[in-house]
Design a binder for this molecule. Structure first.
Ligand code: NAD
Length: 334
C-alpha cells in the first residue's frame, strides 16, 4: 500500500519506520489540506492528527483512498459521513491515556492544594517567605468525578491511593466497579454540594455543553476547587469567573478553555468584525487566566512520551490490520 503520514515529528518518523515495513511510506510535518493533497492523490492510506481537515474537497482528490487512520480518539476533523458514502474506512485510537490524563489531573490538583504555582513565582522573585502558602491534605477529602469512564475511573483509583472519599456522577452506572473501587454514584446536584474537589471527565457534546453553568455552580460546596481536563465547553467560563469572584471556588485547574484555539489567533480576531463573539470568549479566557488561584496548562494532559507511543502503536496496528483484511478500531457514527 502507499501510505502518507501527515503532522509527523522526526522521532515519530523513525518510530513508525521501524514498525511498518513492506509498504511505500511518505512522511510530512505538514497538515493535510486542499493545497497539498495533490502530492498524494493516488495513495491508499492517509494518517493524520487533529489539525488536518479531511473535508469532502480533500476526499475528492484522493482517488484511491481506502483508509484514514487518525492518530487521535476524536474524529470531528474528518468528514466521516462522506467517507462512509465512499466506502473509505476511518479508524481511530479509542484509548491511549487513562493514566496519562489522570496523572495530569492530579498535577493540577496538587498544584492548587499545595500552592506549587504560587511558591514557584514567589521564589523566582527571591522571596522565600511562606505566608499565604498553607495548603491542605487530600487524605480524607471528597473528590467528585463527573464522568466515570476510562479516565474518570483511573482518577478514582489514584484518589483512593491518596485516601480520599470518592463520589461519581455518570449517565451510565456500573455497580460492580463502584463496589470494587469503593466509590458511590450520586446525582450531579449531590456531587456539587458534597465535593471538596470536582473534576470533569465527560466528552464534549450537545448534552455536556455548559454542564457546569451559572445555575448549578452555586450549589458547589464553598471553597472547593474545580479541575477541567475534558473540554472547555463543558464549563461556562462566565460562571467560572463569577464563582471565583464570589469565593464559591477557591481554585481552578484547567488544561482546556472554551475557544482555546483562539488564543493562537488573537491578531486575526481583532480585525475581523465577524468574530466579535470569539473575541468576547477570548477576553473571558484572559480574565480567568489572570487570576492567581487559576492554574492553566495549554492542553497537554495527553502529551507524555508513553501516551504518544501508544497512539503510534495503535495506529500501526490499525493500518496493518486493515492491510491484512480485518479492519479494527473502525469509527462508527452514532
Ligand atoms: P469515556 O467515553 O471513556 O468516558 C466518558 C464518561 O462520561 C462515560 O462514562 C460516559 O457515560 C460519561 N458521560 C457521557 N455523557 C455524559 C453526561 N451527559 N453526563 C454524565 N456523564 C456522561 O471517555 P474518556 O476516555 O474517559 O475521556 C473523557 C474526555 O476526556 C474525552 O471525551 C476528551 O474530551 C477528554 N480528553 C482530554 C484530553 C486532554 O489532553 N486534555 C485527552 C484525552 C481525553
Amino acid at each position: 500500500m502507499k501510505i502518507a503520514f501527515f503532522e509527523i515529528k522526526d522521532w515519530e518518523k523513525e518510530y513508525l519506520q521501524e514498525k511498518i515495513k513492506g509498504h511505500t511510506i511518505e512522511f510530512t510535518k505538514e497538515r493535510l489540506n486542499i493545497n497539498n493533497v495533490d502530492k498524494i492523490n493516488d495513495y491508499d492510506v492517509v494518517s493524520v492528527f487533529i489539525y488536518s481537515r479531511v473535508s469532502k474537497q480533500v476526499l475528492d482528490k484522493l482517488i484511491n483512498l481506502k483508509l484514514i487512520a487518525t492518530r487521535s480518539t476524536g474524529f470531528d476533523h474528518i468528514d466521516v459521513t462522506e467517507c462512509n458514502r465512499r466506502k473509505i474506512t476511518v479508524s481511530n485510537v479509542p484509548y491511549y491515556g487513562e493514566n496519562t490524563i489522570a496523572e495530569h489531573t492530579f498535577a493540577l490538583i496538587l498544584s492548587l492544594s499545595r500552592n506549587v504555582h504560587k511558591s514557584y513565582l514567589r521564589t523566582l522573585r527571591n522571596d522565600f517567605s511562606i505566608k499565604g502558602l498553607k495548603g491542605f491534605d487530600l487524605k480524607g477529602k471528597t473528590i467528585g468525578v463527573i464522568g466515570a469512564g476510562h479516565i474518570g475511573l483511573h482518577v478514582i483509583r489514584v484518589a483512593k491511593a491518596f485516601g480520599m472519599n470518592v463520589l461519581a456522577y455518570d449517565v451510565r452506572q456500573d455497580s460492580f466497579i463502584s463496589e470494587v473501587l469503593g466509590f458511590e454514584y450520586v446525582s450531579l446536584e449531590d456531587l456539587l454540594k458534597n465535593s471538596d474537589i470536582l473534576t470533569l471527565h465527560v466528552p464534549y457534546n450537545k448534552y455536556t455543553h455548559h454542564l457546569i453553568n451559572k445555575e448549578n455552580i452555586k450549589l458547589i460546596k464553598k471553597g472547593a476547587i474545580l479541575i477541567n481536563t475534558a473540554r472547555g465547553g463543558v464549563v461556562d467560563t462566565e460562571a467560572l469567573i463569577e464563582a471565583l469572584d464570589e469565593k464559591i471556588l477557591s481554585g481552578v485547574g484547567l488544561d482546556v478553555l472554551e475557544g482555546e484555539e483562539l488564543l493562537l489567533e488573537e491578531s486575526r480576531l481583532v480585525y475581523d468584525p465577524e468574530n466579535l463573539n470569539n473575541l468576547a470568549n477570548l477576553v473571558k479566557d484572559q480574565i480567568l487566566l489572570s487570576k492567581d488561584n487559576v492554574v492553566f496548562t495549554p492542553h497537554i494532559a495527553f502529551y507524555s512520551q508513553e501516551a504518544l507511543e501508544r497512539i503510534l502503536d495503535t495506529t500501526t496496528e490499525n493500518i496493518l490490520a486493515f492491510s491484512s483484511g480485518v479492519a479494527q478500531n473502525v469509527v462508527i457514527l452514532k
